[in-house]
Design a protein around this ligand. Structure first.
Ligand SMILES: NC(=O)c1ccc[n+]([C@@H]2O[C@H](COP(=O)([O-])OP(=O)(O)OC[C@H]3O[C@@H](n4cnc5c(N)ncnc54)[C@H](OP(=O)(O)O)[C@@H]3O)[C@@H](O)[C@H]2O)c1
Length: 287
């Protein structure tokens, strides 16, 4: 029985990255669809759930991608709404690499901290994007008290409200529109996770070096200039001025491995939903 993955993307052009990883993760055939919304996904889900016998349904799976996190979440919800009884297949959500990237970055930070972040204060710089949102959930579920920054308080608060409604986590919102205010937002923080748009400097080297409380830092941005000045994209938990640093490529190998492993897991049973918590569990088991 061939392992078939249907990649449904909320963007007009399905992500090639996700297609490549789907094959590398063990799919025998990947079919990509772009511009998928809750309104037009029905026939795709029907085709996936009605075609194979119950014990063979695990060889069909769905992958939800695209650059818009909220659109991805709504699409996942619409997909799940079509499932009933044992007419279902496994599905994974990873809009813009959100879950796999955040899971790998946070799992690396957690490992550096000896597996326990309880009592730590974590700041996610530019945490309103897909990666930052998922990192916020994973850090909070790891026991940290989490703050996200945004250039606008309204945007940060909206994200926090959304995360509370979706995952039940309490995240604090802070407006930090420039380098000075972001340095200020890190005062008292033990963990800093930078998840800003590519090529956006979020924190100056002098600011984290002079911050006495920061212990662990990770930067998801792999496109220079990097998000945390003075952290190299290849850093793999190395110490710089007393802070343990993870760069985007440094934890990127784990991100890819987690993504592939999740694809493989989709074909193990027909009833899995791989979202933030499941992908994070996978990353932790792989560090
Ligand atoms: N390492 C990996 O394997 C991997 C995988 C996927 C993605 N990534 C990287 O992870 C990072 C986060 O990805 P994403 O998709 O979540 O990012 P994103 O949505 O493109 O951007 C995240 C946030 O950055 C803020 N931002 C945008 N321009 C800014 C500016 N000029 N100054 C300050 N803040 C700015 C915005 O927040 P506000 O508007 O609220 O301020 C935005 O919500 C990106 O750098 C991406 O390339 C890495």
């Amino acid at each position: 029985m061939k392992k078939l993955l249907f990649q449904i993307d909320t963007d007009a052009i399905p992500a090639v990255f996700d297609t490549v990883v789907a094959y590398d993760g063990g799919a025998d055939h990947v079919t990509t669809y772009g511009g998928i919304t809750p309104d037009n996904v029905g026939a795709i889900v029907d085709g996936a759930i009605f075609t194979r016998a119950p014990k063979e349904k695990k060889f069909t799976a769905l992958f939800v991608g695209g650059s818009n996190m909220v659109a991805g979440e709504l699409l996942l919800k619409a997909v799940r709404k079509k499932f009933f009884s044992n007419f279902r297949v496994s599905v994974m959500l990873d809009s813009n690499g959100s879950n796999t990237t955040a899971a790998a970055g946070v799992a690396c930070l957690l490992k550096s901290a000896g597996g326990d972040l309880s009592g730590k204060r974590a700041v996610i710089l530019a945490g309103t994007g897909p990666v930052g949102q998922r990192a916020a959930v994973m850090l909070a579920k790891s026991g940290a008290s989490v703050t996200i920054t945004s250039r606008s308080l309204e945007s940060a608060q909206k994200t926090c409200d959304h995360l509370k409604a979706s995952f039940g986590v309490d995240i604090a919102a802070v407006a930090a529109p420039d380098l000075d205010s972001r340095a200020q937002a890190c005062v008292g923080a033990h963990v800093v996770f930078a998840s800003g748009a590519a090529s956006t400097v979020l924190l100056r080297e002098a600011d984290w070096k002079s911050n006495p409380t920061i212990q662990y830092m990770a930067d998801a941005n792999a496109t220079p200039p990097l998000g945390i000045e003075g952290v190299d994209m290849m850093d793999r938990g190395i110490e710089r001025d007393g802070k343990v640093c993870w760069g985007a490529i440094g934890f990127g190998a784990l991100k890819l491995a987690v993504h592939r492993a999740c694809i493989a897991q989709l074909f193990e049973a027909p009833d899995q939903v791989l979202d933030a918590e499941e992908v994070f569990a996978k990353a932790k088991s792989m560090t």
